[in-house]
Design a protein around this ligand. Structure first.
Ligand SMILES: [Zn+2]
Length: 400
């Protein structure tokens, strides 16, 4: 099966190389590692959509770990760039994007809100505090290319996944000719389950380049991760579709930014859907049918994500070795930050929501042992990142 997959990939690679263009995504609908899981999930999905079970969950939180695997210094992207991607995911999956006007009015009534909230994990699989970001230097260029599995293994120049049942693993690296690839449930073995995205289209700031600078390569790939296919299915045929009822069949997958009044297969095509290959600025929606399919995947094959509390503070008394202490925590209105080292000349802080949005930052230039930070924010969970002498500390901050 693996050889078959590799030969398919090499045919595809030849095609890509001859096209001399960057490809959007490598989802090949290749043979699944676990076809039984895939079949069971399809049955479950059909049942789910038929019955539309009501869930009692008021909030669905997806714990994410981002593995940055870099060969060139520039690909060791900043924490801020990672946070910008998490914010972009929350924008797109919670229908908070402000560009819905690009959607043809013909499809307005099927626009869906997925309702997933993504957050960087605040505890790792061993329960230790974390920023939800790992960094690994590799000797390989294009370590994330689809034809290689190196990126998934620390001893092969990549980074081992965190428990793929409980975390959405996103590897960010050079990915060769494609911008990204992902595994649908059952498509890859557990160690290789997740999403791989090119450094140059991850997030909305830093190293990203137009036309892939709105974070939507990752939105698209996570669509696959939750069992969505391209709108044209897996081939250029009107007979083949994406197993979603409300998306019209289309002949091919679109690149660039085609006219929204494009027709194939006898109906208008849904150009502005996230599961096309169009430019970031030309996609803006999932359909309600796609939303249902993703919810079925989350409650079926991906239900381990729901059991993970990695986005919640495990304990506020966990101490990290650092040059600062922050108190009180839980807090209301303000906290004090105390330097425990007597050599500090400058210290900086940034405060983030769990959705990755930076809401405050500041610098203390003096060597004041006790600094006060006001916190005029709603009650909830926040992250505070404190940098002293280039040493970063991240702590979970509870406001009540
Ligand atoms: Zn794709």
């Amino acid at each position: 099966m693996r050889i078959f997959l590799l030969s398919l990939i090499s045919i595809f690679l030849t095609f890509v190389a001859s096209a001399q263009t960057i490809e959007r995504c490598y989802e090949l609908s290749a043979p699944f590692y676990n076809p039984q899981l895939s079949e069971e999930l399809e049955q479950y999905t059909a049942e789910w959509i038929k019955n539309k079970p009501l869930t009692s969950r008021s909030k669905i939180t997806i714990p994410v770990v981002v593995h940055i695997v870099w060969n060139k210094e520039e690909d060791n992207i900043s924490d801020e760039q990672v946070h910008s991607q998490i914010a972009a995911l929350n924008r797109d999956f919670r229908l908070e994007n402000e560009d819905l006007s690009i959607v043809s009015s013909f499809f307005e009534n099927i626009i869906g809100n997925v309702g997933f909230e993504f957050c960087l994990a605040t505890s790792d699989p061993a329960g230790n505090p974390t920023t939800g970001i790992t960094r690994t230097e590799t000797r390989f260029t294009n370590v994330g290319a689809e034809a290689s599995s190196n990126i998934y293994y620390t001893d092969e120049g990549g980074k081992d996944a965190w428990d793929t049942e409980r975390y959405l693993n996103i590897w960010v690296a050079e990915t060769g000719m494609a911008l990204g690839h992902a595994s649908r449930p059952g498509e890859n073995i557990a160690e290789e389950d997740g999403v791989v995205v090119h450094t140059k289209c991850f997030g909305t700031i830093g190293t990203v380049q137009p036309p892939y600078n709105l974070g939507r390569t990752t939105t698209h790939e996570i669509g696959h991760y939750f069992n969505l296919l391209h709108l044209n299915g897996s081939s250029s045929s009107c007979e083949d579709d994406d197993m979603v009822l409300d998306t019209p069949n289309q002949m091919t997958n679109y690149l660039g930014c085609p006219d929204i009044n494009t027709f194939s297969c006898g109906t208008q095509d849904l150009i502005s859907n996230y599961m096309n290959w169009v430019d970031d600025a030309c996609m803006a929606m999932f359909t309600q049918g796609q939303v249902d399919r993703m919810h079925a995947a989350l409650n079926g094959a991906r239900s381990g994500l729901l059991e993970n509390t990695a986005c919640l503070p495990t304990s506020t008394s966990q101490s990290m070795e650092s040059k600062v202490s922050i108190f009180p925590n839980p807090a209301r209105d303000f906290v004090y930050v105390k330097n425990t080292s007597d050599q500090v000349q400058e210290s900086r802080y940034q405060i983030f929501t769990t959705k990755g949005q930076k809401i405050k930052e500041g610098i203390f230039h003096n060597n004041n042992p006790l600094n006060r930070i006001s916190l005029p924010f709603p009650s909830g969970v926040y992250l505070i990142e404190y940098t002293v002498d280039n040493e970063k500390t991240v702590k979970v901050l509870l406001l009540f």
